[in-house]
Write a protein that binds this ligand. Structure first.
Ligand code: HAM
Length: 426
């Protein structure tokens, strides 16, 4: 009997995993530069957190959560995203009491959504996300967007488009909501059953409907930008001017509403415009969520963040044919011939590794030629050959695989020889 992995998941194998590690490293480096600190929250939470946090009327909560009862009959859910958990941890650990505000956090980890798998959409995916809690300054909105853009650019992506919108504050949203109800009510019977519910629960979600996208009422729907009150307008203007100050190009899309309920004011998505990226063009999404901390039981605290999946970064890199240069290499491959030299080679292996070198050897008792082949396949820079004859003389043969040259050095000097020549780059 053989087993397959569940639909919508993937194995990330050696050779591929190095790319993931490189992206993770880059993301972490960048977070350090921007002073964001890592937070690790559980993979599952109480279901109610997401119902409250992400929102009961969202597709995520209604259709996509992996929810199960544990043996104590508690309803748990595999996290579909990272913001609700981060905010829960922020409140539970009273980070709002920290004198240094805003609290700047980031996470990298698997998220789970029961979606229809397709290119760029899986059921388990890895999100890198950041959350800045405790500042209502539109400058931090620009900082959050800048970090996302910089990561893509540093990875080598060029075909990017930043789309922004404002969803306004509570008052603006209420005015817009009323206008949406008025707009969609006369045609509601022509829309899908989800939209017929959405008009009561959250009419904004109608604009995000995948089924009714082509209905003509969508094009003529009232735009949130017409309903922004003065405060919301000023906020949006400030975000835009900070982006301009940072030299970040953007386009405004008044139909960008995002698929989660917690947003207000700034909403943004970064799209890939690379030909061949696929039907789903969104690389990342985020926005401001003033009010979420309170919804999760904390004090009134503004927040903003984004998340992006590593899967979509990799698709974009592939579409743009960017090579991350992650080929694995060995500093040394150790070949021993004969029983005595095999024994001695084990302590040499230790010594080389303790000196920080990347070293491997043969464990299948292969012939010398096959061992050289292995060294080649593993991209070894130096091949160290120790036979019983050499051992008797106290020497080892070192072959530089880059230029083919060979030298004999004293066994005790192997490590210093390799270190010296690697450093010298020769
Ligand atoms: P989201 O738009 O639901 O927002 O997801 C953010 C990103 O996660 C997407 O742009 C995409 O890169 C990735 N993603 C989502 N679903 C999938 C999937 N099924 N397969 C592959 N990648 C996927 C959020 O999750 C918010 N928590 C973002 C945020 C953080 N807002 C404020 N702070």
């Amino acid at each position: 009997m053989s087993f397959q992995i569940p639909r919508g998941t993937q194995d990330i194998m050696p050779g591929e995993v190095e790319k993931w590690q490189k992206i993770e490293e880059k993301a972490k480096e960048l977070c350090k530069k921007y002073n964001y600190h890592e937070i690790r929250t559980p993979i599952f939470e109480y279901t109610e957190l997401f119902q409250r946090g992400v929102g009961d009327s969202t597709d995520i909560v209604q259709k996509e959560m992996y929810t199960f009862k544990d043996r104590g009959d508690r309803s748990l859910t595999l996290r579909p995203e990272g913001t609700a958990s981060t905010v829960r941890a922020y409140v539970q650990n009273k980070l709002f009491g920290d004198p240094q505000q805003p609290t700047k956090l980031y996470y990298i980890g698997p998220m789970f959504r029961y979606e229809r798998p397709q290119k760029g959409r899986t059921r388990q995916f890895v999100q890198f996300g950041i959350e800045a809690l405790g500042s209502n300054d539109p400058a931090i909105d620009a900082e959050v967007i800048a970090l996302a853009m910089q990561l893509y650019q540093e990875l080598g992506l060029k075909h990017l488009r930043l789309v922004i919108n404002s969803l306004g504050d509570q008052e603006s949203r209420q005015a817009h909501r009323n206008a949406l109800v008025e707009h969609f009510q006369p045609v509601i019977n022509e829309l899908c059953s989800d939209c017929q519910n959405r008009i009561h629960t959250n009419p904004l979600r109608i604009l995000d409907c995948k089924k009714d996208r082509e209905h003509e009422s969508m094009n003529t729907a009232p735009s949130i930008l017409e309903f922004l009150n003065e405060e919301s307008q000023v906020f949006f203007e400030n975000v835009k001017s900070y982006l301009e100050e940072m030299g970040i190009d953007y386009v405004i899309d008044p139909t960008l509403v995002r698929g989660l309920d917690y947003y207000n004011h700034t909403a943004f998505e970064i799209m890939s415009e690379a030909p061949g990226f696929g039907a789903i063009t969104t690389l990342s999404g985020g926005g401001r969520y003033n009010g979420l901390v309170e919804d999760v039981g904390g004090p009134e605290t503004p927040g903003i963040g984004f998340a992006m999946s590593l899967e979509r970064i990799l698709l974009a890199l592939e579409a743009e044919q960017v090579d991350l240069h992650v080929q694995a290499e060995l500093d040394c491959y150790l070949i021993s011939l004969g029983e005595h030299s095999k024994k001695r080679s084990m302590s040499l292996l230790n010594e080389l590794r303790n000196a920080g070198l990347t070293v491997d050897r043969d464990y299948l008792d292969k012939k010398m030629k096959a061992q050289f082949k292995a060294a080649d396949r593993l991209n070894a820079r130096y091949v160290l050959v120790l036979g019983d004859d050499e051992l008797d003389k106290g020497v080892i043969n070192i072959k530089d695989m880059q230029d083919g040259s060979q030298v004999e050095v004293a066994i005790d000097e192997t490590t210093s020889y390799v270190l010296k020549h690697l450093e010298g780059g020769s």
